[in-house]
Design a protein around this ligand. Structure first.
Ligand code: ZN
Length: 239
């Protein structure tokens, strides 16, 4: 079994389409760590695709915000504006689907999906200290997370935490992993290409990928929708 693991699609249909074309034929099932919507111009198309194609997914903070499950006061003005826009354009069916998305952690076989961190779906795992702190809440050898929009993650050893620095990771049974596939629809690690990963439990590897997509088309749609210009601009730079 090979899993295609996605996170933070954020209503970006062009990025999602490129990821699926790039990964085609190399996976058996698709999992999703949340934030299907928010920021991007195609929330309905992305949610409909996820409803049809993603057997296991969890909610992200933007999914909550766009259906009224989270107070928008915690969002910066740009994120708030996009959440309001998204909530206005979502169809009733898609809104219901997002409202019913389960909260992470969600266990699948010997691994789990979380949006932010294992202890808090809204927490960002950025530093090794944060990863170290999360270690006590990890109840699977591998946790896939999103939220930071930064591809990579952490290896939790008994005597310390290391950043993941290779594209293809041979999995060791003596350590635990916190791994982020990167954001499909709004990367923030200064690489504007869409991120994803493929995980094979039997072959014991995880491989990270980046793929180019039609950024200009997404930018045009963002501007046409009247969403904040910054949301279009940042896609070009991956930050
Ligand atoms: Zn996100």
């Amino acid at each position: 079994m090979r899993y295609l693991i996605l996170s933070d699609i954020h209503g970006n249909l062009e990025a999602l389409t490129s990821v699926l074309a790039d990964a085609k034929g190399r996976y058996d099932s698709i999992l999703n760590c949340g934030d299907l919507v928010g920021y991007g111009p195609d929330p309905n198309a992305v949610v409909e695709w996820c409803r049809a194609n993603t057997p296991v997914l969890i909610r992200g903070n933007h999914d909550k915000a766009c259906v009224g499950l989270q107070d928008l006061e915690w969002f910066n003005p740009v994120a708030r504006k996009s959440a309001v826009w998204t909530s206005e354009v979502l169809t009733e069916q898609n809104r219901e689907f997002l409202r019913d998305l389960p909260k992470g952690p969600r266990a699948v076989d010997d691994f789990q999906l979380v949006h932010g961190s294992p202890q808090d779906e809204d927490e960002y795992l950025v530093s090794r200290e944060e990863a170290q702190n999360a270690a006590q809440f990890v109840d699977r050898a591998i946790s896939f997370f999103g939220h930071t929009h930064v591809q990579g993650g952490f290896i939790l050893h008994r005597n310390g935490v290391r950043y993941v620095t290779t594209q293809r990771l041979a999995l060791d049974r003596d350590v635990a992993y916190l791994l982020n596939p990167g954001s499909v629809g709004q990367p923030r690690d200064e690489d504007p290409r869409a991120g994803y990963l493929i995980y094979s439990p039997e072959e014991r590897f995880v491989e990270f990928f980046r793929v180019e997509y039609d950024v200009m088309r997404t930018q045009q749609k963002i501007l046409q929708a009247g969403l904040p210009e910054l949301l279009a601009y940042r896609l070009q730079f991956g930050k």
